[in-house]
Design a protein around this ligand. Structure first.
Ligand code: NAP
Length: 311
């Protein structure tokens, strides 16, 4: 007889990034039954990150490698992982009920929202049309297609500059197009980038269109906000790192989001709804780092245990 699929847990963690995997580790180590539910492979944005230099304990570590290690840590005490996008959340009664796009229905006493953020799109002509044909949001995934080629990176934050530096290991030239007159990235990262011969910065410039022939990207159209001039940069690829947006669509009617769509919590990661916690990048928080996500996950794991002792 086929084994019946488990659908009822003490805790469901939606999102298996660093925050979610840490909460799952702590909760399962406290002997709770835990499901990590994710719309993709575990690891979240770690899978899009090349070298990480500011996660304590590692001089440098590759994102996908850290994701694998965290997954092993999270599952060693019995936490399970399932694939699926949450489409419906019902909180009436003692059990939280989640329905996925696969038609699966899972219930739990505690819901942890750890869905993180996804990269913002620029919203310019050609961006969606040439997605996967030269437009990319992931240097680690797609950089190898641009060996010895010229690529444009859009953005001026940590992601744009760090991923741009990663791309210099493959591409012959990386042009970073920055909309203001300065970068937002941390000073140390800026210093490293400035010493990189293959990297070029163009400031005060907005990408207004991604240009392509029928098949692939051939460059971008730009507008210089200082001179008012329009220009074109010929390039084989465009990597877009213009910030991120929270992935909170299934939770939008629960009354727990702020104006930007991030989940509001107290210091103990609890939302205003009993038994609903939020952790990591999706939370309203002053700092979004792997280290802070892991900290959130540890606090939530402990708080969940306390909550279940009293309910
Ligand atoms: P971010 O810090 O929000 O930076 C977004 C960048 O894109 C800014 O330079 C912004 O310009 C620019 N931008 C926004 N909309 C734009 C548009 N429509 N067109 C052109 N440029 C646009 O985003 P992020 O770099 O993805 O980082 C997200 C978070 O993760 C941050 O908290 C960051 O510190 C963290 N992070 C940390 C590390 C690390 O510690 N090593 C690595 C990666 C990410 P303005 O400056 O003009 O707003």
């Amino acid at each position: 007889m086929a084994e019946e699929k488990q659908t009822n847990y003490d805790v469901i963690v939606v999102g298996a990034g660093p925050a979610g995997m840490t909460a799952a580790l702590y909760a399962s180590r406290a002997n709770l039954s835990v499901l990590m539910l994710d719309r993709g492979i575990y690891g979240g944005n770690l899978n899009n990150t090349a070298a990480i230099e500011n996660y304590p304990g590692f001089k440098t570590v590759q994102g996908p490698e850290l994701a694998q290690d965290m997954y092993q840590g999270a599952t060693q005490f019995g936490a399970q992982y399932a694939y699926g996008t949450v489409e419906k959340v019902e909180l009436a009664g003692d059990l939280k009920q989640l329905t996925t796009d696969m038609g699966d229905v899972f219930t739990a006493k505690v819901l942890v929202i750890a869905t993180g953020t996804q990269q913002r799109h620029m919203g310019v002509p050609g961006e969606e049309e040439y997605g996967g044909r030269g437009v990319s949001y992931c240097a680690v995934c797609d950089g190898a297609f641009f060996k010895n080629k010229h690529v444009v990176v859009v953005g001026g934050g940590d992601s744009a500059v760090e991923e741009g530096m990663y791309l210099t290991q493959l591409a012959k030239k990386v042009t970073v197009v920055v909309r203001r007159d300065q970068l937002r990235a941390q000073p140390l990262i800026q210093e490293q980038a400035k010493q990189n011969d293959k990297m070029e910065f163009i400031f005060n410039t907005q990408v207004t269109e991604v240009l392509g022939d029928d098949n692939k990207v051939v460059g971008v159209k730009t507008h210089d906000s200082k001179t008012g001039k329009d220009a074109e940069i010929r390039a084989d690829g465009v990597f877009i790192y213009v910030g991120s947006v929270p992935m909170t669509a299934p939770f939008k009617d629960l009354g727990i989001l702020n104006e930007q769509g991030y989940v509001k919590t107290n210091d103990l990661m609890a939302t205003s709804l009993p038994g609903v916690f939020a952790i990591g990048d999706v939370r309203e928080t002053p700092l979004r780092q792997i280290a802070t996500a892991v900290g959130d996950g540890a606090i939530a794991g402990q708080q969940i245990y306390q909550y279940l002792m009293n309910h």
